[in-house]
Design a protein around this ligand. Structure first.
Ligand SMILES: Cc1cc2nc3c(=O)[nH]c(=O)nc-3n(C[C@H](O)[C@H](O)[C@H](O)COP(=O)(O)OP(=O)(O)OC[C@H]3O[C@@H](n4cnc5c(N)ncnc54)[C@H](O)[C@@H]3O)c2cc1C
Length: 429
């Protein structure tokens, strides 16, 4: 068998449950739905379709969970990526409410999948939003108040400066709020659990199998080409997110890959409980967000810093550690055991890109750092749409998505300029 690309050398890979090697596609095959990519989007699509009795083949260029789904911060957020007041101003109250209801269901879907399929992925309740600028505290709390007053949201508790310092073991934040219904998990083990569940439901997963082209015969059939065979399917789902690499020009124009980085310290022992006594995840209010949590074995898992070019920092551990020490200077003596990067995908308006691109070809991607809930849920909506009920898929697909300016060649420098400006604003405080 050809050798499969290893997972990024992360704490997640080091603590992943054993997984079988799933052989690459070997010859031509036929199915109802061919899914390209085995991250949360693709695996959840396969699981939901297979449960409905559809014959599904997932092809993954590398390994199950190899992309962002196996490398991320593991934070499951409430709501959509943009706050409700923004969504109301863009789309009006009715659509904003519909989007919030879908996001709430996304969060429940992740928790239900964990329970239903007994996925062992260190799930823990609780996520704290920490505000890094005094002037922003009012707006951050108003956002939570808005959820409570207008959306009947019950999970939010406010934290003043002293309260947040007790909750997260640092006094660099001005306050924030605790979200009791959000939380965190081990993302690679969640992805591996989804893959097992999809296979149990009847889906076939081929690792080491890259789609190189998708064509239509004009009569109800699509052909996906790979180096080791073709797949003929009624429907195709492109679930390649930040790793799309030009496979589809329409997605490519609207969904831009960016790199983000995470470290894992050595286990902190009793110190871990002094830092975050109730072990919530934490995300701050920076544009280039800092996010962290204590792992099940007591390490600090800290994410921060992103790059917009093609090259990673030479010293990823040092790059992320600098961000961590601004918040936890006392961790200067702690060894960094793992540091890694991953590619996520952003859109112009930071809302995901769900589309039926052409007959029989669907996609969901561009979750803009909010994919643990929404990518997993996308699989459910894609399955519904392919089964013929497009009503909820269409709520997401009706979100406008502008192409990044500059086309394929110039959009990267344009994005670098824009993002660098926002990152600079973070630094200027
Ligand atoms: C460092 C980092 C931290 C993050 N933190 C968070 C967080 O805390 N909370 C949150 O909600 N979100 C977070 N995200 C975002 C989240 O991880 C993603 O939105 C989500 O995992 C997207 O899932 P996906 O299945 O769409 O894509 P991916 O998991 O990236 O999967 C795409 C897969 O497609 C495969 N593929 C690509 N092209 C082909 C092809 N041609 N043929 C076959 N296979 C192909 C790739 O190998 C890859 O495995 C983070 C992302 C990163 C990188």
């Amino acid at each position: 068998m050809t050798e499969l690309a290893p997972h990024a050398s992360s704490w997640y890979a080091a603590t992943a449950h054993p997984a079988p090697e799933r052989p690459p596609l070997d010859g031509d095959a036929t199915c109802d739905v061919c899914v390209i990519g085995a991250g949360f989007t693709g695996l959840s699509t396969a699981l939901h379709l297979a449960k409905k009795g559809r014959k599904v083949i997932v092809i993954e260029a590398n390994r199950v969970g190899w992309g962002a789904s196996g490398r991320n911060g593991g934070q499951l957020h409430s709501g959509q990526r943009r706050d409700q007041e923004t969504l109301e101003s863009w789309f009006g109250e009715t659509r904003a409410h519909a989007l919030f209801a879908l996001a709430e269901e996304a969060k429940r879907t992740v928790k239900d999948l964990i329970l239903t399929h007994a996925i062992d992925c260190d799930w823990r309740d609780g996520l704290i939003h920490a505000v890094h600028k005094k002037a922003w505290l009012h707006a951050a709390c108003a956002e939570a108040e808005h959820l409570i007053a207008r959306y009947g949201y019950e999970g939010a508790t406010f934290l003043d400066a002293a309260g947040i310092a007790r909750a997260i073991g640092t006094d660099v934040y001005f306050g924030g709020w605790r979200d009791a219904t959000a939380g965190h998990l081990h993302p690679l083990n969640f992805a591996l659990g989804l893959a097992d569940a999809a296979e149990e439901a009847g889906a076939r997963i081929c690792e080491g199998t890259r789609a190189t082209a998708i064509s239509s015969d004009g009569g109800g059939h699509r052909t996906v080409t790979t180096a080791t065979g073709t797949i003929s399917a009624s429907d195709v789902v492109i679930a390649a997110n930040g790793y799309l690499d030009g496979l589809d020009p329409e997605i490519d124009a609207r969904v831009m890959p960016i790199r983000n980085f995470v470290l894992a310290t050595e286990p902190l022992g009793a110190r871990a409980s002094r830092l975050i006594p109730f072990r919530e995840a934490v995300a701050d209010s920076r544009f280039v967000v800092h996010y962290w949590r204590i792992s099940a074995d007591g390490r600090m898992l800290f994410g921060g810093g992103e790059t917009y070019g093609t090259r990673d920092p030479k010293d990823v551990a040092g790059f992320v550690r600098r961000h961590m020490l601004k918040i936890y200077p006392d961790l200067a003596d702690v060894k960094i055991d793992h540091a890694w990067g991953g590619t996520l995908a952003v859109t112009m308006n930071r809302m995901p890109f769900f589309r039926r691109l052409r007959p029989g070809v669907y996609t969901a991607s561009g979750y803009s750092g909010h994919g643990v809930a929404i990518a997993t849920f996308a699989g459910k909506l894609l399955a519904e749409a392919i089964e013929g009920d497009t009503s909820r898929f269409d709520v997401m697909a009706s979100i406008p998505a502008r192409a990044f300016p500059g086309g394929r060649r110039l959009r990267q420098p344009t994005l670098v300029l824009a993002m660098t400006w926002f990152a600079l604003r973070d630094r200027l405080g």
